[in-house]
Design a protein around this ligand. Structure first.
Ligand code: 13P
Ligand code: SF4
Length: 290
């Protein structure tokens, strides 16, 4: 079973058995009866698949495909932060290591974070990690106060407000759609905010014919395939570079996919005690967001 995230290069998306956002992919990884999963995404995604399906061989085309958000939250520092807030429910975004998941009450993705936070008893304080931008947006949507771990995604942090305003002048009819990992001043300019799969859905449901897309440009491939008559523009990074592309996601290539199918390497390995600790909050998420 070849699973691919929307941020993978188009050639990988085109050969995948299933393409989705983090939530869809973790559900699919849990449900498949294939013996081998090739996870075309980043390490925390493949690791989540292994946590859910320890008996399966879970491969990732490039083992160095990490995530700046996961790296921004080392497990020991997170344990110290938790110790300062002992009465808090810990809600962790799926973009974190197994060692941080193991310290969490529940995992969320950008698809279900608002819903899951709303389900937490109103009298309990909440600690949210590791993405402060997603956390601020969830706090606003849910009306809950969240204590935030100060992490962020290097890709979504970097979109240029000036470039977005310029694009809006050039395409006044375009709808601005954004991933909640973007900074608040950019989200304030968005007409619609959601996870990658919700952005894709919006692209087909919206009456707009043109879109300015504030997320990793890999998803434009699916948008163009799903609604070929509409026009999609990517928004550049702050210095006009192509740093709106996730450097970790883009480490995977079609050739590396072929090689890992051929050799069944590199495979995700996980300590069993850690796996079981990380499994409980992921299961809570899957049950609560059914
Ligand atoms: P989604 O869960 O929306 O697919 O986001 C994953 C991600 O890494 C965004 O940067
Ligand atoms: Fe991580 Fe950001 Fe890349 Fe998503 S886009 S995988 S959050 S570095």
């Amino acid at each position: 079973m070849i699973l691919a995230h929307y941020y993978q290069e188009p050639a990988i998306q085109d050969i995948a058995d299933f393409i989705g956002d983090s939530l869809d992919l973790s559900r699919r990884a849990a449900a498949t009866d294939a013996d081998v999963i090739v996870f075309c995404g980043v390490h925390f995604m493949a690791e989540t698949a292994k946590i859910l399906s320890p008996e399966k061989t879970v491969l990732i085309p490039d083992l160095d495909a990490g995530c700046s958000l996961a790296d921004a939250c080392p497990a020991e520092a997170f344990a110290a932060f938790r110790a300062e807030h002992p009465d808090h429910y810990v809600v962790s975004y799926i973009n974190c290591s197994a060692a941080v998941k193991a310290q969490s009450y529940i995992i969320c993705t950008s698809s279900n974070a608002v819903d899951l936070v709303r389900q937490i008893p109103a009298d309990r304080p909440i600690l949210f990690a590791p993405d402060q931008n997603l956390g601020r947006w969830v706090a606003r949507q849910s009306g809950r106060e969240l204590t935030l771990w100060p992490g962020s995604c290097q890709v979504h942090e970097n979109f240029s407000e000036q470039a977005l305003l310029q694009l809006r002048l050039e395409h006044p009819q375009a709808e601005v759609i954004a991933h909640p990992e973007c900074q608040p001043h950019l989200l304030d300019l968005a007409d619609f905010i959601g996870s990658t799969s919700k952005l894709l859905q919006r692209a087909s449901d919206s009456p707009a014919q043109e879109f300015l897309v504030l997320t990793e440009p890999g998803i434009l491939h699916q948008m163009r395939k799903r609604v070929p008559g509409k026009t999609f523009h990517e928004v550049p990074g702050s210095d006009g570079c192509s740093c709106n592309a996730c450097p970790y996601m883009r480490l995977n290539t079609l050739e590396k996919v072929w090689r890992c199918l051929d050799t069944l390497q590199p495979a995700i390995e996980l300590d069993e005690e850690l796996r079981l600790k990380a499994l409980a909050p992921i299961r809570r998420m899957l049950e609560a967001s059914r």
